[in-house]
Design a protein around this ligand. Sequence first.
Ligand code: HEC
Ligand code: HEC
Length: 338
Amino acid sequence: MSSNPIKSFPVLTTFLYSLLILLVGVLAIDLYQGNVSKESADSTQVYVQPDSNFTHLWTAPSDWRMMYLTENQKYLVLYGRELIAHTSDYLGPKGSVKTISNGMNCQNCHLNAGTQPWGNNYFAVESTYPKFRARSGKIENQIKRVNDCFERSLNGQALDSTSKEMQAILAYIRWLGSDVTKGVSPKGSGIFKLKSMKRACDPVKGAEVYVAKCQSCHQTDGGGVLASNGKSYTYPPLWGNHSYNVGAGLYRISNFAGYVKYNMPQGTTYAKPQLSDEEAWDVAAYVNSMPRPTKDLSSDWPKIAKKPFDHPFGPYADPYSEEQHKYGPYKAIKEFYK
Ligand code: HEC
Ligand code: HEC
């Protein structure tokens, strides 16, 4: 069926033009809808496309601007960054300054020393603290917030507020927030809030995700891999004695899911996620169903009605069980408080 190229030319051009018009149309509709993500929480496919959530994300100030700091300020900012990145070398079980934490580094969860967009960065800390937090029922300053992570995420003890180390961490956080307007959380700060699934998160499905996509680094027993100097982790633990305790932010399944969606497996960024939303929720349920250190949380959430939907410990001001608060489905709980 060889056709005459001259004769088929107009047909071909018309076809190509129609295709072009169709494409422009689709693009226009897309833009009109504000480029909302097409990724439904119940689909297993991952669509990667420009999404207004992921453009113009905030970034850290460039290092060269440190020349405007005093020598002492610059020293503190750099030492602060070093402490965030290599916490355990200084403050872990074999720490050179003190032994007050579990071997993890702040950077294990606050990626790239707290500068990674949607990687649990510190961009909104200087601009939003001191602030009221319902977990403590008090106005908290940055010292309290940093020590929360020492006591919960690093399952350790608070760092003395007057120590050089605390002053350095605060100086670094202030540096990262240099250009952020007071009261504003810049785009891409903290952890991405993933859309909830209609069903409950499933630890059994999550175990399959874990074996396929996490276990090679975080290990079968979830204990991670120590670095050769034995001071910190090449692959940090996800559960067990050396992991974060039940009072930590990551113990809430929504935080865990939002964190891993755009940051794990290692090297993943928001620009090219490797987990579907479902996989992120289910693997979060699996990891947070495994044993880990406990913590006395009796003075948390003095107003029980302020507990987040996925806070896994009662009593609650609503009729739902601890099980449903932990794993979902969350919709009914969220609606109860509307
Ligand atoms: C196991 C993971 C993990 C580790 C390790 C960790 N953090 Fe965190 N951190 C979190 C999570 C999760 C949140 C957010 C919690 C939330 O939003 O409920 C958080 C929040 C914070 C915040 C508040 C951020 C904001 O925008 O309000 C600060 C400050 C902070 N961490 C400092 C530290 C410091 C300093 C260290 C090291 C000493 C550290 N964290 C170690 C998980 C961790
Ligand atoms: C290629 C190795 C690798 C794989 C695969 C991987 N991770 Fe990680 N993960 C890391 C490393 C390394 C860090 C610490 C990052 C840093 O310090 O910069 C980390 C950190 C974490 C953290 C925060 C720190 C902690 O220990 O609590 C969580 C949570 C996590 N990973 C979950 C997962 C999940 C879930 C998967 C599977 C979907 C996964 N990771 C796959 C290497 C990996």
